[in-house]
Ligand binder design. Structure first.
Ligand SMILES: *Cc1c(COP(=O)(O)O)cnc(C)c1O
Length: 363
């Protein structure tokens, strides 16, 4: 076995222990005589799996009892439509903060539906190199919700604070930072996340929604997008993404086993610090993100020369450090160092960066 350090932004690395555990029960799960992939989602074995997954996530994130946990399909992008459809009925208008590409897409999706949506803050003119300051007085008091993207996967920025939106529910896309550190769920009306960054393989979308927010859906909306229907049916209105939920359960178990999100955060802080400390103390690479907005999960940097950037990514791949090429829309490099990336992987990356800088002097 020759596993590489995979810096992909998503789908991304999964913990080796989790993959090995899944492999060990892939063909035959417990006493069931079948694979989890082959099970009816209504069987007692599978019910135990999904119930455990929810219980573990509740414990991990300390989710209050008045929040529902939904395991859905469709990716985070489907929630760009589901969020307005489920919530706009509260007041008929919604506010958005555009801090990168995904929050921009979410904003456009709500606009497309013809709702009264307003972009209350954006850092577009600064190439999304930092997170905007959002204060209560910027929010329309009669907005149904305020939507933010908590960690901008493409640009490598993250909120260092939870915006105070007063009584207006805060809705956060946490696709690329979910379960990377503790977060006070009670400060949010809705948290959603695609699983394939930090939680499981692709195919699962997590929605955590405060119960009182289930009452505002347009009755004509597609049933499959309606959180209330999904909540009332325990995420089983139709067939849920069974195997991916099982994988998420193994990941939750892995984090609980090491002590929970406080411990996970400690590890993630340490990993990101190695990389940023190096970036701050050399002058070959440039880290475009403002220090107060730096992401702990996605670290972006450039050489300032597109050809060198290309060479960096290809030589790194040959050295067993894969998928360091930045997003196609921004170029440069991006190291995604989610929960499953070991400390040694980041050390290896920094060693490679030093070597590359020494061997490739700029003209
Ligand atoms: C990846 C990503 C998305 C898109 O997720 P899909 O599951 O592919 O729809 C949305 N938001 C953020 C923050 C992401 O990182």
């Amino acid at each position: 076995m020759n596993r590489v350090y995979n810096f992909s932004a998503g789908p991304s690395m999964l913990p080796l222990e989790v993959l090995e555990k899944a492999a060990s029960e892939l063909v035959c799960y417990g006493e069931s005589g079948m694979s989890v992939m082959e099970m009816s989602h209504r069987s007692p074995d599978y019910e135990a799996i999904i119930n455990d997954a929810e219980a573990m996530l509740r414990k991990l994130m300390n989710i209050p009892d008045n929040y529902k946990v939904l395991f859905l399909q469709g990716g985070a992008s489907t929630q760009f439509s589901a969020v307005p459809l489920n919530l706009i009925g509260r007041t008929g208008k919604a506010d958005y903060v555009v801090s990168g590409q995904f929050s921009g897409k979410a904003f456009k999706e709500a606009q497309k539906m013809g709702y009264d949506v307003k972009c209350i803050a954006t850092t577009k003119d600064d190439n999304f190199d930092h997170i905007p300051v959002v204060t209560k007085d910027m929010v329309r008091p009669d907005a149904a919700y305020v939507h933010v993207c908590f960690n901008n996967t493409i640009y490598g920025t993250k909120y260092s604070y939870i915006p105070d939106t007063g009584d207006v529910p805060l809705v956060a896309d946490m696709s690329s930072c979910i379960i990377s550190e503790p977060v006070d769920v009670s400060k949010f009306g809705v948290i959603y996340a695609g699983a394939q960054k930090n939680m499981a393989p692709a195919g699962l979308t997590l929605v955590i929604v405060r119960e009182d927010l289930l009452e505002y859906a347009d009755p004509k909306m597609p049933t499959m997008l309606e959180w209330k229907t999904m909540a009332e049916n325990g995420s089983m209105y139709n067939t849920p993404p069974c195997y991916t939920i099982y994988m998420a359960k193994l990941v939750y178990e892995w984090i609980l086993g090491m002590g929970g999100l406080e411990v996970m955060k400690e590890k993630n802080v340490k990993k990101a610090a190695v990389l940023y400390e190096y970036l701050d103390n050399q002058n070959y690479y440039l880290a475009p993100v403002k220090p107060d907005s730096r992401s702990m999960m996605n670290v972006t940097f450039v050489t300032g020369d597109a050809d060198l950037d290309k060479k960096f990514a290809s030589e790194a791949a040959k050295a067993g450090l894969k998928n360091l090429k930045g997003h196609r829309s921004v170029g440069g490099m991006r190291a995604s160092i989610y929960n499953a990336m070991p400390y040694e992987g980041v050390e290896a990356l920094v060693a490679f960066m030093k070597k590359f800088a020494a061997e490739n002097p700029k003209a």
